[in-house]
Design a protein. Sequence first.
Length: 151
Amino acid sequence: MSRTSAAALALVASVVAVTSLLSACGPAGSGPPPAKAIGQNDVNPTARDKVSDGGQLQWGIEAYPANFNMLQADATNGDIPPVVESFMPTPAVSDASGTWSPNSDYVQSFTLVSTDPQRVEYRLNPRARWSDGTPITWEDYRSQWQALNGR
């Protein structure tokens, strides 16, 4: 390699190295623009008699869960609750803003009565029934607590 070729190669390598270093030192605002705020949700409450058959359901989840039993230790995927809560009855429901309230089909009210230990008092809807017509009672809640308390 001639002296001129070596000098030209060294110059090109130096320019590439300096350009790479300087591009990494750009101003903080040189990245992609910040995401725009949504400002609204896409919840579209519609009366049941106005909803027609067919269409497409879009879940806002990252992965479809393999196990839908939210009460199992191996079902801790954060995508499970929005799916299961859409078709399984629960004593509490949340609205589009994330505010929780009693599901009046099952519970008249719930109140935090103690924090240490934590205790929540549920006033059950006396008309609440299982699918076979059996009343839902405090004994059902106790049974669930006993099954899950780890003792």
